[in-house]
Design a protein. Structure first.
Length: 240
C-alpha cells in the first residue's frame, strides 16, 4: 500500500507529539526533583532556628546549613566585600561581607546584611565596623549566593571595600590574601554591627516546583490526547 502525503503528515505529527510528550515528562520529573531538594532545604532552614549552637573553634562545616550558631573573633573592617546585584523589596543594593578572624586561626566571612545602592558606582555606601576588638556573633550558617539565572559575574576589584557579583570563595580568598572557610555566616537580625537582614529559605517555594511539574505532565497528557484525536479523525476520514 503506497504511503500517501496524508499518512506522512500524520506520522510526522505523531513523532512530534511523542517527542514533545517525552520532553514534558522529563521536565516534570526535573521540577519534581527540584521541589524535593528545595523542601529539604526549607526544612533545614526551619530546624536551624530551633536552637543555637556554640561553635567554639569548630568550623562552620561541622554543623548543618542554616543552623544558628554563635562564635567569636575579630571583625576586619578594612577589607570588606560588597556583593552587587542583591535587590531587596525591589530596590538595588549590596550585601556586606566582612572577614571575621577567629581565635582558632581560621577566617570566615560574615554577611552583615543589605545596604541600598547610593545611585552612583563611584560612591559606595559606608560600611564601617567598630574598633577591632573581639566580638561574639550569632547567625546562620549559609553559602555564598549562587547566580542561578542571573548574569553579571564579576570578580572582586578596585579599592576596599571591593565590589563583586556572584564570586567564588576562591576569588574572595585570593583578593583577601588568606584562606577562607567555605561557608559564611548570616548575621542574626537582632545582632549589632549589621544592616537590613531579612534572611529567607533559599529559592522559590517547593510547592511552586511541584506545581510546575504537574503543569509539564499536563502538557504531556494534552499532546498525547491531541495526537489521539487527530489520529481518530484521520481514520474516520480515510477512504475505505
Amino acid at each position: 500500500m503506497p504511503v500517501t502525503p496524508g499518512h506522512r503528515a500524520r506520522l510526522g505529527f505523531a513523532l512530534l507529539a511523542l517527542l514533545f510528550a517525552l520532553l514534558c515528562v522529563r521536565l516534570g520529573f526535573w521540577q519534581w526533583h527540584k521541589g524535593t531538594q528545595r523542601e529539604a532545604q526549607w526544612h533545614s532552614f526551619a530546624r536551624g532556628s530551633q536552637a543555637r549552637v556554640s561553635l567554639g573553634d569548630a568550623p562552620l562545616t561541622s554543623v548543618p546549613l542554616y543552623q544558628r550558631v554563635s562564635l567569636s573573633g575579630v571583625l576586619d573592617g578594612t577589607h570588606q566585600f560588597l556583593l552587587d546585584n542583591r535587590p531587596y523589596q525591589g530596590r538595588p543594593g549590596y550585601e556586606v561581607l566582612t572577614p571575621l578572624r577567629r581565635a582558632g586561626g581560621t577566617t570566615l566571612l560574615v554577611d552583615r546584611g543589605w545596604v541600598p545602592f547610593s545611585g552612583s558606582r563611584a560612591q559606595l555606601p559606608p560600611v564601617s565596623v567598630s574598633a577591632a576588638a573581639a566580638v561574639t556573633l550569632s547567625g546562620r550558617v549559609a553559602l555564598l549566593p549562587s547566580p542561578g539565572l542571573a548574569l553579571g559575574h564579576a570578580a572582586p576589584a578596585g579599592q576596599w571595600p571591593k565590589v563583586t557579583a556572584f564570586p567564588t570563595m576562591d576569588e574572595l580568598a585570593g583578593a583577601l590574601g588568606e584562606a577562607l572557610e567555605p561557608r559564611i555566616l548570616w548575621l542574626d537580625p537582632e545582632a549589632p554591627q549589621g544592616y537590613v537582614r531579612d534572611w529567607q529559605p533559599p529559592g522559590m517555594a517547593p510547592l511552586r516546583h511541584f506545581s510546575y511539574a504537574i503543569q509539564w505532565w499536563s502538557f504531556a497528557g494534552l499532546s498525547v490526547l491531541l495526537w489521539a484525536l487527530m489520529a481518530l479523525r484521520g481514520r474516520r476520514g480515510a477512504p475505505r
